[in-house]
Design a protein around this ligand. Structure first.
Ligand code: FAD
Length: 474
């Protein structure tokens, strides 16, 4: 039998893993490999919360492999020479992996493939993470999509999922393979344990991902179209970090949800599948417009007068001390759990980009550091959408009012009370706008800001003025 390396990256699962399947179908013995190469990842270099997740996810993958008679061989270094050296050490003739679609990673992987092939190795990559790879859906004129709805329609017409592939109970492995590093030596887990609050909510790894899917099918999916906008309920799947790290195949998720038709109303199933297509749309945009990692997709905003962020005000936003409860609750949820509800992500992003007029990149950088689901494509698309600079974005002049949003989507104030317990004694609607009764606020929560960092009406007017100036200058 000849040997193949299976290079694991953001596909940390065995189930329905096309690279692993290709190795087994090709009759190879497999050496599962992980290469820690943060420098090679450029702008996709993971943040601290991502690393904390990855540390656990790699350990879970290693456990799954050991259960099947194999193990994860971990190395640190540049990907191409490391893979070539490992292949030489175990006599491998092939390297298989699943593709990623971020610009710096695509460029790195193209180099890796070329260099491995130049050394006579078979190097093949596969789609293990999207329903549609970025180049498969095209507009009538053959170009990329910039608007979601036609992309979504095209996706619905073309969707023809295959039954998922299940990994075998035992994996054929060669007698000798370089042992590699102990996973702890990759130093991914935080030293100071600031991630302690994460793990009551999350179980990184394939088993945790399947559990999250099962839980979603049993509960949130039944009312997803209504519940998905309510941060005070467990109304969404919380699959995002599992999908980001490829601990579950998106096609398996989509098929499992699709199979609920008849048991769960179509509105909920359609609404959920639509969100999975948003994920593909983000990858599509990033692949075709790679400059959007740091520049506006809508170039008219290049002349926008962003405010220079002052360190203290920025820190108030980051730490959840803006004095606007729904914003502060979201930022504290993020800090404590590594995740934030989508509706609240939009509210905190809008407050930063519009009321504080801070460039969306500043917010995107903070999310990239603190989210366990930090994903370059989704994050950039989300921030540019809220800032009004991106694809299919709401017009700039539609500015979220955080109080109205809170009253609508957290009607009983439960979400605010959960993350800002000091405000729980205040009745709703005061809990969402406590500055309206400063005396009462000071009595129940003396350390909470008495006034919002940026007054809501003034912040809105200033943002609109800056927008009008930009249009007049253009
Ligand atoms: P569900 O509602 O259960 O959706 C199922 C899956 O669909 C999600 O797991 C996710 O993979 C995908 N999805 C859902 N909504 C979106 C969306 N708007 N865009 C793209 N994919 C989506 N998502 C990330 O995964 N990583 C990020 O770094 C990220 N940054 C964001 C930044 C901002 C400013 C905003 C507004 C949104 C961002 N999102 C990001 C999208 C969205 O907030 C999360 O995907 C969602 O909250 C994850 O929770 P869930 O798994 O319970 O979602």
């Amino acid at each position: 039998m000849t040997v193949a390396l299976v290079w694991f990256r953001n596909d940390l699962r065995l189930d329905d893993n096309p690279a692993l399947r290709a190795a087994l179908d090709g009759g190879f013995e497999v050496v599962p490999v992980y290469v820690h190469d943060p420098d090679g990842e450029g702008l996709s270099r993971p943040g601290a919360a991502s690393d904390a997740w990855r540390a656990r996810s790699l350990a879970a993958l290693d456990d799954e492999l050991r259960r099947r008679g194999a193990a994860l061989h971990a190395f640190a270094g540049h990907a191409a020479p490391t893979l070539a050296a490992v292949a030489a050490a175990c006599g491998a003739s092939a390297v298989f992996w699943n593709r990623r679609y971020e610009p710096d990673i695509e460029a790195r992987d193209a180099r890796v493939k070329r260099e491995l092939r130049e050394q006579g190795l078979q190097a093949e990559s596969f789609n293990g993470s999207l329903l549609f790879e970025p180049w498969t859906l095209r507009t009538g004129k053959g170009g990329p999509y910039k608007v979601f709805t036609p992309f979504y329609r095209a996706a619905l017409t073309r969707w023809a999922p295959e039954a998922p592939w299940e990994a075998p109970e035992r994996l054929p492995v060669p007698e000798e393979a370089p042992h590699g590093l102990d996973l702890a030596h990759l130093r991914l887990a935080p030293k100071r344990g600031w991630d302690g609050g994460f793990w009551s909510m999350w179980t990184p790894g394939e088993a945790g991902a399947l559990e999250a899917l099962e839980a979603h099918l049993d509960s949130a999916l039944h009312d997803y179209a209504n519940g998905r906008d309510r941060p005070d309920r467990a109304g969404t799947s919380r699959l995002s970090p599992h999908l980001h790290f490829g601990e579950i195949a998106v096609s398996r998720v989509a098929l499992a949800v699709e199979a609920q038709r008849g048991r769960i109303a179509d509105t909920h199933i359609d609404a959920f599948l639509r969100q999975l297509v948003w994920r593909d749309f983000a990858a599509h945009l990033l692949h075709h417009f790679p400059h959007t990692v740091h520049s506006n997709l809508d170039a008219r905003f290049d002349g926008f007068d962003w405010a220079s962020p002052n360190r203290t005000t920025l820190e108030s936003w980051r730490r959840g001390r803006t004095g606007v409860p729904i914003v502060d609750a979201g930022m504290r949820e993020l800090w404590c759990t590594g995740w934030m509800h989508n509706r609240v992500r939009m509210i905190v992003a809008s407050y930063l980009c519009k009321h504080m007029r801070v460039h969306w990149r500043v917010g995107a950088d903070w999310f990239a550091q603190t989210l366990v689901d930090a994903d370059l494509a989704n994050n950039v698309m989300g921030w540019q959408w809220v800032a009004g600079t991106g694809a299919d974005a709401a017009p700039y002049f539609r500015i979220f009012n955080p109080v109205t949003q809170a009253e609508r989507f957290d009607p009983h104030g439960d979400y605010v009370a959960q993350w800002l317990p000091e405000l729980a004694p205040l009745p709703v609607p005061l809990r969402h706008a406590p500055w309206r009764d400063p005396q009462r606020l000071a009595a129940v929560a003396p350390s909470y800001p008495l006034q919002p960092l940026v007054d809501l009406a003034r912040g809105r007017d200033d943002a609109l003025l800056a927008y009008r100036r930009m249009r007049n200058d253009a």
